[in-house]
Design a protein around this ligand. Structure first.
Ligand code: BGC
Length: 375
């Protein structure tokens, strides 16, 4: 291990200094020169050791652990997801570049949207004795089974993005299982979406008939993110005393192409009755925008459109008036938190079962600022 080697180098160098200084038969200059050379070698070795320590020993809020030989197994529900691609890129960067894990020790698998396949991958991580797992489950409802597999093997798990249910999270605490969740409270993002509609000049009632008529394009309804965003976006309107009419609610599975088709069909069927298109994420808002433009309609003039995530393209659309608003789903902070908690487990520290990161509302007012942050 590198760290041990460096420490040995320092020891050898200082032994050289000591033995040379103690050698009385040598002329004084030679001894001084040798001492200087040895001191230089020692200080070089010390600097290198300090650098190695900085890159290989991850220090997270007081916890210090040598991660140079630690293996992290990561499984993403599917690689073909815009938001999770940003998330996994940041996760890998942070683990290797900032925490000092070796690139070859951070292995990321594609769950391909198939729970059976993903469970197999996790089983392989376990057989290969990975030290910690970071998992974005295909189905959050598989958490109890997966948690038990990891518990048996003594491997801690950090779940991300798809939240297991409360009963499961409570079990981790009560049975002292090394499992935790990092995510965002999707009620907050839903509420922000509703507020963005309330903040428009006509509070979403474009045709002035006294009610807001909307369509809802949902993510995968198995995900609590999709359930909460759907519920709380509309709740923000009704809580503010605004009457609403749901024309359509359909699952688009977080997918741009599916959302484009749904929006296209809805625009054909309901025409200018549609005043708001709520999308549970930005990928689907991008799809809806394609359909809106193809139907010759204009966002913010004859229809409002909101999403969640703050994908660069969507934030640019907010700036350009082609999307009413979005909500920043902060993958930077979530990735950092997930990796830091993995390190805490490795250093034997206790970890809270649920760890939430705040969403940030994005409208024309702060879109440029968010865009700068995303770069
Ligand atoms: C994001 C979606 C993403 C989903 C994956 C959500 O939090 O907003 O864009 O597709 O997570 O589980």
């Amino acid at each position: 291990m590198r760290l041990v080697k460096k420490a040995a180098a320092i020891a050898v160098a200082s032994m050289m200094v000591m033995s040379m200084a103690g050698c009385g038969s040598k002329p004084a200059e030679t001894t001084a020169a040798a001492t200087e050379a040895a001191t230089e070698a020692a200080s070089e070795a010390a600097t290198e050791a300090a650098e190695a320590a900085a890159s290989e020993v991850a220090a997270v809020s007081g916890a210090t652990v040598d991660v140079s030989d630690k293996k992290v197994g990561i499984s993403i529900y599917k690689f073909d997801d815009n938001f999770m691609t940003l998330y996994r890129t940041e996760l890998e960067r942070y683990l290797t570049e900032e925490l000092g894990f070796k690139k070859e020790n951070v292995v990321i698998q594609d769950g391909k949207g198939d729970q059976a396949e993903q469970t197999n991958q996790i089983q392989n991580f376990i057989t290969q004795k990975y030290d910690v797992l970071i998992l974005n489950l295909v189905q959050a409802s598989s958490a109890p089974e997966i948690t038990d597999m990891c518990k048996e093997a003594g491997i801690p798990v950090v779940y991300i993005n798809r939240e297991p249910d409360v009963a499961e999270e409570e079990r981790w605490a009560s049975e002292k299982i090394q499992a935790t969740y990092v995510g965002c409270d999707a009620r907050q993002s839903g509420t922000y979406q509703g507020e963005e509609i309330l903040e428009t000049s006509n509070k979403g009632d474009i045709n002035g008939d006294g009610k807001v008529s909307y369509i809802m394009i949902q993510g995968d309804p198995e995900n609590v993110d999709a359930q909460y965003r759907t519920e709380f976006s509309v709740k923000a309107l009704t809580d503010a005393g605004v009457e609403v009419e749901e024309l359509l609610k359909q699952r688009g599975d977080w997918d741009q192409a599916k959302a484009q088709q749904i929006a296209q069909d809805a625009l054909n069927q309901y025409g200018d009755k549609i005043e708001v298109i709520f999308c549970n994420n930005d990928a689907m808002a991008l799809g809806a925008l394609q359909a809106i433009e193809a139907a010759g309609r204009k966002v913010n003039e004859d229809v409002y459109l909101v999403g969640v995530d703050a994908l660069t393209e969507a934030v640019q659309n907010v700036l350009d008036g082609k999307q009413t608003g979005t909500v920043f789903n902060d993958h930077f902070t979530q990735a950092k938190m997930a990796a830091d908690l993995a390190v805490k487990y490795l250093s034997g520290e206790a970890v809270e079962p649920v760890n939430m990161v705040d969403y940030i509302k994005v409208t024309k007012d702060n879109a440029q600022q968010i865009l700068d942050q995303l770069k």
